[in-house]
Write a protein that binds this ligand. Structure first.
Ligand code: B12
Ligand code: SF4
Length: 513
């Protein structure tokens, strides 16, 4: 049977990184089937196009995975596919929480023939076999012999054949420049950011987060050996195609067990499996100097930190009191001393936020080493404790906000500001943090560093700017380049007239050596 795994586009980040679930399920598919992958972020398709594709390619089963924010699009695509007579199975966090919605058992239309609840590592082969036999069940759940929910172990993790898998849709180097860039240094003909997981689960239970409910508070890890081998495979591929690969360790909290993380990083270093990597780590775990040393030595370049708020009262409200705003600066400086920088994520519209929260946050951000601040709104995702609290207190203004998804729009009323004020705070945060002046300041703050670091922070900021100000077309890019022409000119002048030997940094040094 030919199986299509499809992930709908999120409308923002294009082909920046593929979704791991597709590669994982492909690797777990029983032999004898052909599995095709389409990520809508890299290959946008509308309902008509996908239906045509399914017919032309003679697809016998389609699997669709989606987060809450893409679920409306996922349902539209699923409807179009089902209209061709091909069965659709859906999985991922949203349909796990709201299976009845996908199956049309909540009074709405049906979108899926079957739903995979929770982690599908063990149920996927069964789903495929049942589809072949024409006997798809409505729900598949990972349960043990006693009928109790079972979280799959990651000890026997499948080998994802990164050396041979078709990754054409995920090359971040434009086709027009690939041939030329292949000859630069170790080769830049391709640049891919690849998701790798080393473990699952986070016990912290922040009120707005689905992770503790979905993956459970029992944390599971792959073996160090299996992670190291995966990195070696990725490095070999990059070398073979004269390109570069960076890894996003998508674990929810990569250092949740500091001892294990240190042992993994030591093994990566010992096996010379270093690639440039990004990971999510909560601030409280970054107090450990040895851990941060190992992060830097093993290729860690960017750490995503869910700071959420600089107000301890807000953090306490959402059960994230383990975040201590008083130590944010020292954590970031500890990283920056090793040339590791942070993606700092903030949420506005929290219950203790008052007017001016964005400027107060930015005032602190400006005193920190340069990084990539990002701003969002508190969002009640289905089945989170936050959703339940707001529902119980009658504060949800759009209880099914995902059915008509609007980016950067609240679905409940904060306590001390209006919804409109919260929207304005997010807008202000993005505008100020990514203004030409802010970009120039970030570059200047690294004046004592090699040029490569400054180019890197500038390019990273330009790309991150696109999360809020989508830069999909050439005109939009040209406008941004024009606005930042002064900084670009200064960097270019230094590159061509200055000490060129210094151009060795985060984005430019070789990762394939
Ligand atoms: C990596 C990641 C991202 C990446 C992008 C995604 C990517 N390209 O990989 C980045 C950092 C950009 C990101 C951004 C956001 N993310 Co995110 N992200 C994750 C993260 C950490 C890992 C995803 C992952 O690969 N997991 C590992 C795989 C193996 O698990 P999985 O995807 O769940 O798949 C398993 C099952 O769900 C199932 N399955 C999944 N799909 C399918 C499909 C079929 C057919 C079947 C049978 C089974 C199946 O089988 C898989 C194997 O067991 C998750 C948390 C987590 N641990 O999952 C959050 C998570 C998915 N993100 C979340 C959110 C909210 C966001 C943001 C909206 C945050 C924000 N406020 O801006 C943005 C939105 C981005 C956008 N523009 O759309 C939420 C989603 C909750 C929800 N109900 O939708 C999660 C769960 C985290 C959380 N805090 O709750 N994210
Ligand atoms: S620390 Fe991060 S992953 Fe863990 S529960 Fe909180 S927000 Fe979710």
């Amino acid at each position: 049977m030919r199986i299509l795994l499809y992930n709908p586009d999120n409308g923002v980040t294009r082909n920046f990184m593929p979704h791991l679930w597709m590669f994982l399920l492909k690797a777990l598919t029983p032999p004898g089937h052909e599995v095709l992958l389409i990520d809508g972020n890299a290959q946008p398709m509308d309902e008509h196009q996908i239906a045509q594709y399914v017919r032309e390619q003679n697809i016998g089963l389609v699997g669709i995975g989606a987060m809450t924010r893409m679920i409306a699009k996922a349902y539209r695509i699923a409807d179009a596919i089902r209209a061709t007579g091909v069965p659709v199975v859906m999985g991922g966090p949203h349909v796990t929480e709201l299976a009845d919605e996908a199956l049309g058992r909540d009074g709405g239309p049906r979108h899926a023939d079957a739903v995979a609840l929770g982690e599908a590592d063990e149920t996927w082969p069964q789903i495929v076999n049942d589809a072949v036999a024409g006997q798809l069940k409505e729900k598949y759940a990972p349960i043990d012999d006693m009928g109790k929910e079972r979280k799959p172990s990651l000890k026997r993790y499948p080998v994802i054949p990164w050396d041979s898998i078709d990754l054409d849709q995920f090359n971040l180097v434009p086709k027009s420049a690939a041939a030329l860039l292949r000859k630069v240094g170790e080769g830049w003909g391709t640049f891919r950011i690849v998701p790798v997981e080393s473990g699952r689960g986070c016990p912290y239970g922040c009120e707005f987060c689905t992770v503790t409910g979905f993956f459970g508070d029992s944390i599971r890890f792959r073996t160090n050996e299996s992670v190291v081998n995966e990195l070696l495979l990725l490095k070999a591929r990059a070398r073979k195609e004269k390109g570069q690969i960076a890894v996003f360790f998508i674990d929810d909290n990569f250092a949740i067990n500091v001892k294990r993380t240190k042992s993994l990083l030591r093994d990566i270093i010992a096996a010379k499996a270093q690639v440039h990597w990004v990971a999510q780590i909560s601030a409280n775990l970054l107090r450990d100097e040895e851990l941060v040393d190992l992060i830097a030595a093993s290729g860690g370049k960017w750490i995503f930190i869910g700071m959420e708020s600089i107000d301890p009262a807000n953090l306490k409200d959402v059960n994230k009191g383990f975040n201590k705003p008083g130590e944010y600066a020292s954590v970031l400086e500890r990283l920056a001393r090793r040339n590791v920088y942070a993606i700092t994520s903030f949420i506005f519209g929290m219950d203790n936020d008052t007017s001016g929260v964005a400027e107060r946050t930015l005032a602190q951000v400006r005193t920190w080493p340069p990084g990539l601040p990002i701003f969002g709104l508190l969002t009640p995702l289905p089945a989170t404790p936050l959703y339940k609290r707001l529902e119980t207190s009658g504060r949800l203004t759009r209880p099914k906000h995902w059915q008509e998804f609007i980016p950067f729009a609240m679905a409940h009323t904060p306590l001390k500001i209006t919804i409109e004020q919260a929207h304005a705070e997010v807008k202000y945060g993005w505008e100020q943090a990514y203004s030409p002046e802010a970009l120039a300041q970030a570059v200047d703050s690294l004046n004592d560093q090699p040029l490569g670091y400054r180019i890197n922070i500038f390019l990273a900021r330009l790309c991150f700017r696109g999360i809020y100000f989508p830069m999909m077309g050439k005109v939009a890019w040209l406008k941004v380049v024009a606005q930042n022409r002064h900084t670009i000119f200064e960097l270019a002048k230094e590159a061509f007239l200055g000490d060129r030997t210094q151009v060795t940094a985060v984005g430019t040094e070789s990762i394939s050596s």
